[in-house]
Ligand binder design. Structure first.
Ligand code: NAI
Ligand code: MG
Length: 369
């Protein structure tokens, strides 16, 4: 079967790191005779603005609708700082998310190589072993357009997001160092103590877990206290964090701060429940921006984009084994030699390798695994 992939390289380092992720797809095509990807390319962000006057065109949006997944580079830069907000490069991403109804944003918080631990601003004994994935409702809540109080619509929004959190908890399990195969704990973060919307979020979340996922342990944590505990004892939340758009925005940035290096943080925005019968469509992008300060210098770290591709393989192409292998290849590439790795890292991680060196090393490791 042929997979359809839309690649939107974006601006500045976007195309540089996308090129490295595509090397992995080339390896897959060589190694797996039955694996075929049909890649379309499109413009987004400043590149699209310059050429078409819009940050993403309807044609690109319709190609996205017809694709199985979108691999997205980062957008923006000082060249477009003067354009009015409604036309900003970042609007391209928002339009894409809305057009695809990519309602759940998934951000893992873990150290993909133990050598990354020293990038964390937290003490190693506090940060070591942190392994959670944050699921943020992406298309509703306080951030979006018309305010409605139609309960049914809001209920559906919370429910479908809860189903994503539950599905991830099922595959996540209780962690690598245990034989316990029960689903991961889901931590629900809200402010049910002061917000009516928070009480609604909590009620609907509990309803759906009781009805559809009685086997999954669900705990509530107030979002502000979660922010504090996340810094003091982040391993407490190992498992899945389920939260709304606003708190998810803030908590996911804190979780990024725990890992410490922007260049290694991947993300996925999915349009359905992963792990169900059908693969889900999604948008896969690094958490960081277009890094105009280093574009063209060969210093951009491609790891966040490559790990985003691993998420794409896992959720949109139903290739969890290859996703695991790709994460292993990343670990081997970044890990110091004393721990059996190659120690190949870009400048942001204290190394001296180029974007291409890192991409080539991951592709090589991936091929040999
Ligand atoms: P940024 O994330 O692009 O860069 C912040 C700092 O981290 C810079 O010093 C940069 O060199 C470094 N950095 C980021 N990614 C890196 C990587 N892969 N390897 C090595 N170093 C890396 O954030 P900034 O500078 O605030 O924004 C730059 C542009 O990106 C702006 O136009 C902003 O609006 C846009 N942006 C786009 C996003 C997206 O496409 N999703 C998200 C955030 C910002
Ligand atoms: Mg944010």
């Amino acid at each position: 079967e042929i997979r359809k992939l839309l690649v939107l390289p974006g601006d500045h380092i976007g195309p540089e790191i996308i090129a490295e992720a595509l090397k992995i797809l080339a390896v897959l095509e060589e190694e797996l005779p039955n694996f075929k990807v049909q890649i379309s390319y499109g413009l987004i962000g400043g590149a699209s603005l310059d050429k078409t006057g819009s940050a993403i065109t309807d044609e690109v949006l319709e190609t996205a609708v017809a694709s199985d997944a979108v691999l997205l580079g980062s957008v923006g830069g000082p060249e477009w700082a003067h354009v009015p907000g409604a036309l900003s490069p970042e609007k391209g991403i928002l339009h894409l998310r809305q057009r695809l109804d990519a309602f759940a944003n998934i951000r893992p918080c873990r150290f993909y190589a133990s050598s990354l631990l020293n990038q964390s601003p937290l003490k190693p004994e506090i940060a070591a072993g942190v392994d959670f994935v944050l699921v943020r409702e992406n298309c509703g809540g306080a951030y979006f357009g018309t305010k409605t109080e139609f309960e049914d619509e809001a209920r559906t929004e919370v429910e479908r997001c809860a189903r994503v959190s539950a599905a991830l908890a099922r595959t996540f399990g209780r962690g690598k160092n245990t034989d316990d195969k029960s689903p991961a704990i889901v931590w629900n973060a809200d402010k049910a103590n002061v917000l009516a919307s928070g009480r609604f979020w909590r009620t609907v979340t509990h309803d759906i877990f009781e009805r559809e996922f009685p086997d999954i342990e669900l705990h509530d944590q107030l979002a502000d206290s979660m922010a504090m505990v996340m810094v003091k004892a982040p391993t407490k939340f190992n498992g899945v964090i389920h939260t709304d758009n606003t708190f998810g925005d803030i908590l996911s940035d804190i979780s990024g701060g725990i890992v410490g290096s922007l260049g290694v943080l991947p993300s996925a925005s999915v349009c359905g429940v992963p792990g169900s019968e059908k693969p889900v469509k999604g948008i896969y992008e690094a958490v960081h921006g277009s890094a105009p300060d280093i574009s063209g210098t060969g210093q951009a770290n491609p790891i966040a984009q490559i790990l985003s591709l691993a998420m794409l393989l896992r959720y949109s192409f139903s290739m969890p084994r290859q996703a695991d292998l790709l994460e292993d290849a990343v670990r081997k590439t970044l890990e110091v030699r004393e721990h059996g790795g190659l120690g190949i890292r870009t400048k942001d991680l204290g190394g001296s390798a180029s974007t291409q060196d890192v991409g080539d090393a991951v592709a090589f490791q991936f091929r040999t695994l």
